[in-house]
Design a binder for this molecule. Sequence first.
Ligand code: FE
Length: 338
Amino acid sequence: MKLKATLVALSLTAALQPAIAQEKVLNLYSARHYQTDDALYADFTKQTGIKINRIEGKEDELLERIRNEGSNSPADVLLTVDASRLAKARELGLFAPLQSKLLENRIPSHLRTAEWAAFSTRARMIVYNKARIQAVDVQNYADLANPKLKGKVCSRSGSHPYNLSLFASIIAHEGEAKAEELARGMVSNFARAPKGGDTDQIKAVAAGECGVAITNSYYVARLMRSTKPEDQKIMEQIGVVWPNQTSTGAHINVSGGGILKYAPNKAAGIKFLEYLASDQAQRYFADGNNEWPVVESAKVDNPALTKLGKFKADQLPVNSLAMYQVKAQMIFDRAGFK
Ligand code: FE
């Protein structure tokens, strides 16, 4: 009798042990590499006792890695940037369904999907050279196609997710024909062939090589907060515009994440994503890259974001950005926006 009870107790312990061991570690695959995130993760461990094992990589490499690892993948959560990449992860079948009442309550519905949620937002804004361009001429994305700006528009590659997502939003709002007209107009206004990243466009605008360009907001905020004289000089030369304020609002993209299909520790994954939606985590998570929180009650204390001020943001569901990626690329191909 006694022996049997001991055996039962033993087998119970054996069955529970792996689950308990797993419960204590979360494998996070992240395309974010900000120092501020360290404090964020340490706080999660303090609150929950769950240690975070972080694997960092470039966005597309992480997707490839998770895909190659298949059902053996140790990854519980994927965090990455841009709705198009999150959509790609979903298309590849990498995510498990995301079910959390807390996330549904805290994150606005246009910023989440059935598989992943956004945790911070960034806007695509217009920067112009104050000596070469009148602000009134560059108030909308569509203005960049105006023949008046011939030889003055600069851009990073059309194939980059940031531009694909912007044009996906334009297709969603105005249809393919309008989007193609805008792409063609922009291409014929180019000061040079597309090259470099968003910061390179800002620098070229400040130097006067370009009159106007489009950039993600956090690159502007980063320069605004920089104490380097050369960065401050750049900011003196340029003006910044929130585009489409009398129509659709500025195009918004996101960083976000979801639980992976083969996550060994889905419960810890959910806990972690719910933690990211807490007021305090939201603030650090967004501020680490000069972005905005998705949770309305989360307060930001970021001098650059305060200085950039309030603006009308596009409310298009993040799912729509994913839906029109392929069409956006086809439009760029036809328009010669390389
Ligand atoms: Fe970026």
